[in-house]
Write a protein that binds this ligand. Structure first.
Ligand code: G1P
Length: 291
């Protein structure tokens, strides 16, 4: 079963970044020289998937425009002889085949994923959340697709988090069946203190079998009054096996101010054009702060 489609929910309001996100989608906030959503799309493409389904909402058209062909901009760049920029801009629009589906009401991540059903149909698919950036040698989604090739069951990406942070995540209780691979027994969205001993937190990467759609239609509103994907997965895990996979790579929560700043600094340090000057700048800055 080859996975051809990736669903990217981008309908969220971005309240954590107001006022920056009043008129601009949070997914279009820049890390060094590209919007965060482009890093996610590049990870999808590098994992061998070209068909992307954006789950969008009002005010999010800048995301679709970013991945669309821009006649005016390309003509302008060609006329000015700015060929490097032209190549870059063209490359973006050629990365993917794009379908957008509107999530008509903000009823949660599970509700957003359910909206992809008419486009995805009866086939497995990947889900990537725009707030989670993963820097890794092998793209995180690709690592998960390799596991799916072998087991053909749904997979959630997880990492261990400090116990005092578990209430911010979907947490899985699971049994390790191979190094870094766990068979899921239970999933709990944003557990209150003391509800679970597990600290295996779901990071925004999923490979899902199509049976998740039927589970989503049986999922009642959960925490925050929203239809939670984690709750639907908890139904699915009673009917089929789900694996939790501890991926290789460094994850940044770009949906949080501090996480966004950390991502900006680390991606800037690794950037071929500005990396080394930025490193010198930071070294001097640290001397200033410490001196
Ligand atoms: C969502 C999911 C949660 C997951 C998290 C990862 O929560 O509901 O299970 O752990 O993404 O970033 P959100 O951060 O959107 O509240």
């Amino acid at each position: 079963m080859k996975i051809k489609k990736a669903v990217l929910p981008v309908a969220g309001l971005g309240t954590r970044f107001l006022p920056a996100t009043k008129a601009i989608p949070k997914e279009m906030l820049t890390i060094v020289d590209r919007p965060t959503i482009q890093y996610i799309v590049e990870e999808v493409v590098a994992s061998g998937i070209r068909e992307i389904v954006f789950i969008t909402a009002a005010g999010k058209s800048a995301i679709e425009n970013h991945f669309d062909y821009s006649f005016e901009l390309e003509t302008f760049l060609a006329q000015k002889g700015k060929l490097d920029l032209l190549r870059e801009v063209r490359g973006i629009s050629r990365l993917i085949d794009l379908v957008s589906v509107r999530q008509k009401e903000p009823l949660g991540l599970g509700h957003a994923v359910k909206a992809s059903e008419p486009v995805v149909g009866n086939q497995p698919f990947a889900v990537l959340l725009g707030d989670d950036l993963v820097d890794s040698d092998v793209p995180c989604a690709y690592q998960m697709l390799k596991i799916f090739d072998e087991y053909e069951e749904s997979i959630v990406a997880v990492q261990r988090v400090p116990q005092e942070e578990t209430h911010q995540y979907g947490i899985v209780e699971a049994v390790e069946v191979a190094p870094g691979l766990h068979k899921v027994e239970k999933l709990i969205e944003k557990p209150k203190r003391g509800v679970t001993k597990s600290n295996l937190a779901i990071i925004g990467r999923y490979v899902l079998r199509p049976e998740i759609y039927s589970c989503l239609s049986r999922t009642l509103p959960g925490i925050g009054g929203e239809i939670q994907l984690t709750d639907a997965l908890n139904i699915l895990c009673k009917e089929r096996t789900i694996y939790a996979y501890e991926f290789q790579g460094k994850r940044f929560d770009a949906g949080d101010k501090l996480g966004y700043l950390k991502a900006t600094v680390e991606y800037a340090l690794a950037h071929p054009e500005v990396g080394s000057s930025f490193k010198k700048y930071l070294q001097n800055l640290i001397k200033q702060i410490e001196g």
